[in-house]
Design a protein around this ligand. Structure first.
Ligand SMILES: [Zn+2]
Length: 469
């Protein structure tokens, strides 16, 4: 009995990794990569369940089941290999399985399990390092902050959207009327809709790690030394606020949590902690927090929406079922329609704040909705990078920074990846950090390097394909 158990354990240890890799391949049509493993580690269980219910079809589940049975059968054969009454077809099957695994090893020769594990470790260590070097970064900042010559005050608002594809927004030409508010405000003289913005990765944590720090795909900075937007803002005298509908804690503290935790005032609307979590509030709830902010006249207020993340039907109340079909596309478009309503409310509210100067909106990455691929990096298609970005400035801002405002308008069509948001926002707020500011990465600078061929995504792995190139 005992030796049978040991043999089965051995079989599981030998076959499970292969089963996982083949299972992933069968269900997703892509090979496991570091990005997949990191996304799984940073995702909580309910998100994974939503993912599986959204993207796994019945045939995927059947494929997985067949594979499981096959592997159990292989296990049985290998355990009974020495017995005389071994089935001939059984051994043929075993040989086939070994060949399959051989092919797998060949296919993964540059990216086998060990490699994946090692690279994943490198990522987590980098993230840990980012957290540990927090104090050192702040010290360095104290010494390097250029005197902010403005006695300029102002309330600035940054809104981070989630999984939003601009190709599904009518303000960007989509035939369905998904963004009536954005369409109406688009022609306002104080408003700028950016037409050529791409995400620097397809997963939330890698995108925001770069978007909200001095690190980007085009510089050689070490992440741990890269100061964050909130660190700079505070050093420059801004009161910082973080209002989020995303879960604060996932598998471990990601750089986003570290950055957000820096905020002087924090409002976390997704109260779920740890691994067992479900989304509970719609994004409109975040607007209510504005009442609770202790206001001052120099502020950076960041909103982190749940936006258009799958499952799409979980992102909007029934009243927003504009498209009644049950297709993924209908649900996604409804979530875009609701996001437009949230942004209208948020905008009206912050615009009325005393000393409001500007609002910047961008999405972390898009979803490839038409292909039903979500935003999984291992199944990368360029549509996953098609994010929206827009800005609004008050009359007071425009008269104070008239030259800068002209350059902001001129950048409307410039190609940019959202890891350069850090420079963009600091430029909007007129904050410059000595030794950190990169004028060739600031879309509002005349030194901005707009060479289309230089832009990349997936942390440099893929070239950006712009419709305008
Ligand atoms: Zn995301």
């Amino acid at each position: 009995m005992f030796s049978k158990l040991t043999k089965w354990l051995l079989v599981i240890v030998i076959f499970l990794p292969v089963m996982f890799l083949w299972g992933y391949y069968l269900s997703s049509g892509a090979w496991v990569s570091v990005d997949t493993v990191m996304a799984v580690l940073q995702t909580n269980i309910s998100e994974s369940q939503e993912y599986m219910s959204d993207f796994m079809t019945i045939s995927d589940w059947m494929g997985m089941s067949v594979l499981l049975v096959a592997i159990l059968f292989c296990g049985y054969i290998s355990i009974n290999l020495r017995q005389k009454n071994i089935l001939r077809c059984g051994s043929i099957f075993l040989v086939m399985f070994i060949m399959m695994s051989g092919y797998f090893a060949y296919r993964h020769r540059h990216n086998i399990m060990v490699d994946i594990a090692l690279q994943t470790k490198v990522y987590t260590e980098k993230y840990k390092d980012f957290e540990n070097k927090k104090v050192a970064r702040k010290e360095a900042l104290k010494n390097s902050l250029l005197s902010i010559e403005n006695d300029s005050t102002g309330v600035y608002v940054l809104v981070i959207g989630e999984s939003q594809n601009r190709d599904n927004m009518s303000a960007y030409g989509y035939q369905r009327k998904t963004t009536p508010w954005l369409e109406s405000i688009k022609s306002d003289n104080n408003f700028i809709l950016f037409e050529n913005v791409y995400s620097c990765h397809t997963h939330t944590v890698p995108v925001l790690t770069y978007a909200l720090t001095a690190k980007n795909q085009y510089n050689n900075l070490d992440l741990a030394q890269s100061i964050s937007l909130l660190e700079v803002a505070e050093a420059a005298g801004f009161e910082t606020v973080w209002i989020s509908n995303q879960v604060k804690y996932s598998a471990w503290d990601t750089p986003i949590t570290v950055i957000a935790d820096e905020a002087n005032q924090q409002f976390w609307h997704n109260k779920n902690v740890g691994e067992k979590t479900a989304t509970n509030h719609y994004d409109l709830k975040l607007v209510e927090s504005i009442e609770k902010i202790k206001m001052s006249d120099k502020m950076l207020i960041v909103f982190h929406l749940m936006g258009n993340h799958g499952s799409y039907r979980e992102r909007y109340p029934n009243d927003f079922r504009l498209f009644k079909g049950s297709k993924t596309l209908d649900e996604y478009d409804n979530s875009i329609f609701y996001n437009d309503f949230v942004m209208k409310n948020l905008f009206d509210r912050v615009k009325a704040l005393p000393n409001f100067k500007g609002l910047v909106y961008f999405a972390d990455h898009a979803d490839a909705v038409k292909q039903n691929l979500g935003h999984d990096a291992s199944k990368y298609v360029p549509e996953m990078t098609h994010v929206p970005m827009y800005m609004y400035f008050s009359d007071a801002y425009i008269s104070e920074f008239d030259k800068k405002f002209d350059s902001i308008i001129n950048a409307k069509e410039s190609i940019v990846t959202n890891d350069l948001i850090f420079n963009t926002i600091l430029s909007v707020m007129d904050v410059r950090v000595d030794g950190v500011y990169e004028e060739y990465n600031d879309i509002f600078s005349d030194k901005y390097d707009a060479t289309a061929q230089r832009f990349r995504t997936l942390y440099g792995k893929k070239k950006i394909v712009s419709e305008r190139m």
